[in-house]
Write a protein that binds this ligand. Structure first.
Ligand code: SAM
Length: 309
């Protein structure tokens, strides 16, 4: 391989650095040349399950020793890994699939290395959440990542309620045996028409997106047993419906502010902030009042009030 042409940074891996390496979420061709170089060159690779990562690495001729690092042993493994880094070894961390640290172990190790003044470098790779998001057709400009919801009880119900009101696109992970339950819960919390794409088996042979809304996805998976891996991309809550102008209520509030001693400009600014209404519309209302007019302001509709206004 021509390393310069492939863009590989030839000095990698460097001693004393922890590399977080993204690995395929299905398609083995997604393991990047840089990832391979780093994984082949480090002293040791921390992975969730050696039986899972072993075959992937073998397929690329990578013979680096593996060390299991998962949620049940990460605490006891931490001091040893920190020592090895401090001694100048280059180490890598991978997860079963995708990016370590995203609904996978890694966060604690990264925090500990950083706290100890060490270097952490990410060799980016596939992530199911972002892969599903960008091919969902739903707004990607602003989004939030929910990962797995709490498995049961009040915490789960509360998270679903928050999710139902979230205006940004949300991305969730779910296990196949819980998918139908989650779709039923989304149906109840967000309604049947909420945009939804259920991404199944991304980057694999049976990759599929099922949507475009909660009702359609629910009907589909009531007919088809959910099998494989699933990431859900849920459209944001629609903006609140516009409120009809209520000139009388606004006048009352303006008058209260004036009576309390606010100069007209301050009263309009305050009320604009409080109600989400355009300041110029409130000025017009005030102006109409000073001319003893009881007509409503010219715009005819109010902007929707911001939450908590
Ligand atoms: N760290 C991983 C990442 O960066 O995407 C996520 C790990 S999390 C433990 C595993 C979950 O990711 C699965 O239960 C599923 O919800 C989602 N997932 C992983 N691979 C997927 C795929 N090929 N298609 C759809 N979802 C996938």
């Amino acid at each position: 391989m021509d390393r310069r042409a492939s863009g590989i940074v030839t000095h990698e891996p460097e001693g004393g650095v922890l590399y977080l390496v993204g690995t395929p979420i299905g398609h083995r061709g997604d393991l990047s040349p840089r990832a391979r170089q780093v994984l082949a060159g480090v002293a040791c690779i921390g992975c969730e399950d050696t039986r899972h990562s072993g075959p992937l690495l073998q397929a690329f001729g990578i013979r680096t020793p593996l060390l299991s690092f998962h949620q049940h042993n990460s605490r006891e493994r931490l001091p040893g890994l920190l020592q090895r880094l401090a001694a100048g070894e280059a180490l890598a961390l991978i997860s079963d699939a995708g990016l370590p640290g995203i609904s996978d172990p890694g966060e604690d190790l990264v925090a500990a290395v950083r706290a100890a003044g060490g270097r952490v470098v990410c060799v980016p790779g596939p992530c199911a959440a972002l892969t599903a998001l960008v091919c969902s057709g739903l707004p990607c400009e602003r989004f939030c990542f929910e990962g797995f919801l709490p498995s049961r009880g009040r915490e789960r119900r509360e998270r679903l309620q928050i999710l139902a009101q979230e205006p940004r696109t949300s991305v969730l992970y779910e296990a196949p045996h819980r998918l139908r339950q989650l779709l039923n819960e989304l149906h109840d919390a967000c309604g049947p028409d909420r945009p939804l794409q259920v991404a199944r088996e991304l980057t694999k042979r049976h990759e599929q997106l099922v949507g475009p809304d909660v009702a359609t996805a629910l009907a589909h998976f009531n007919d088809h047993n959910p099998q494989g891996e699933f990431t859900l991309v849920l459209g944001g809550a629609p903006p609140p419906a516009p409120v009809a102008w209520d000139g009388a209520a606004l006048r009352t509030q303006l008058q209260e502010l004036l009576d309390a001693g606010s100069p007209p400009a301050d009263a309009c600014r305050l009320l604009a902030r409080r109600t989400g209404q355009p300041r110029r519309a409130l000025y017009a209302l005030l102006h109409a009042d000073t001319e003893n007019s009881d007509t409503d302001p010219p715009d005819g509709t109010l902007e929707p009030s911001p939450p908590g206004a």
